[in-house]
Design a binder for this molecule. Structure first.
Ligand code: ADP
Ligand code: MG
Length: 239
């Protein structure tokens, strides 16, 4: 059995098929990106994986457990960490205190230092989280995920509102988390520069389903994907 298996997942909101017969297998230790236009069902898919929403049909299997319909705290305990678009940090506590709380006081000082170094906030450890720049808050939240020692990390648009330099640094951070720590990562993203920098398999979603999977270089040349994602005009001009 694979690490994470999504089998024929469906989720309707009234008459809207937000996720429609969605099937994807994620191997342990891999890094994958999920892209697609606004409203195509990406965040809903993360809600189905994490137990925030229950699917109308289909199955979610993780580490040989059928976790379909499990409550989200149980799924989190099994090792699924998820970052929302808006950082959920304790603004009135220091960076280090945020990490200690996230680790539920189980991580030792060295482990916390390692995370601080990784998210590039070691100099800022005694600053209040609320004083951080927007991009740094996003990194702190990734740090909070790491402190919980997940085996799968789901990131929903982690570079939203970031500068180009911050976006690039985030791509590097995610690459290191995956490559050096062996944490499996599935990232939703809009920013194509970021996706290119990640250099990982890409799944393009449209209307609740996967339209195409492949590597960035091939995907960007695909006429169907171009029409959907890069805009009709570009697809026609390059044809
Ligand atoms: P994405 O993350 O790809 O932008 P979403 O998964 O957030 O897309 O949304 C997919 C579709 O489902 C959209 O049309 C959205 O309006 C709708 N939707 C998402 N969540 C809900 C909800 N809780 N209730 C009703 N409709 C929803
Ligand atoms: Mg979304």
């Amino acid at each position: 059995m694979s690490f994470l298996e999504l089998k024929s997942l469906c989720k309707n909101f009234g008459g809207l098929r937000a996720v429609d017969d969605f099937t994807l297998t994620i191997e342990e230790g891999s890094l994958n990106a999920l892209v697609g236009p606004n409203g195509c069902g990406k965040s809903t898919l993360f809600n189905l994986i994490t137990g925030v929403l229950k699917p109308d049909a289909g199955k979610v299997c993780f580490k040989e457990h059928n976790i379909t319909g499990w409550p989200s705290h149980k799924i989190a305990r099994l090792g699924v960490g998820r970052k929302f678009q808006v950082p959920a940090i304790f603004e009135e506590l220091t960076i280090r205190e945020n990490l200690v709380i996230a680790a539920r006081n189980t991580a030792n000082r060295a482990a916390i230092n390692g995370i601080l170094a990784q998210i590039n906030l070691i100099e800022a450890e005694h600053m209040l989280a609320g004083e951080l720049a927007h991009g740094q808050k996003q990194w702190l939240e990734i740090g909070l995920l790491l402190a919980q020692a997940p085996s799968l990390i789901l990131l929903d648009e982690p570079t939203a509102g970031m500068t180009a330099a911050e976006t690039r640094a985030t791509a590097d951070l995610i690459t290191r988390i995956n490559r050096d720590q062996g944490i499996t990562v599935l990232v939703i993203e809009h920013d194509m520069g970021f996706i290119e920098h990640l250099a990982c398999p890409l799944h393009v979603m449209s209307k609740g389903q996967i339209l195409k999977s492949g590597h960035f270089a091939d995907i960007r040349k695909d006429a169907e994907v171009k029409a959907l994602y890069f805009g009709q005009a570009e697809a026609l001009s390059d044809a």
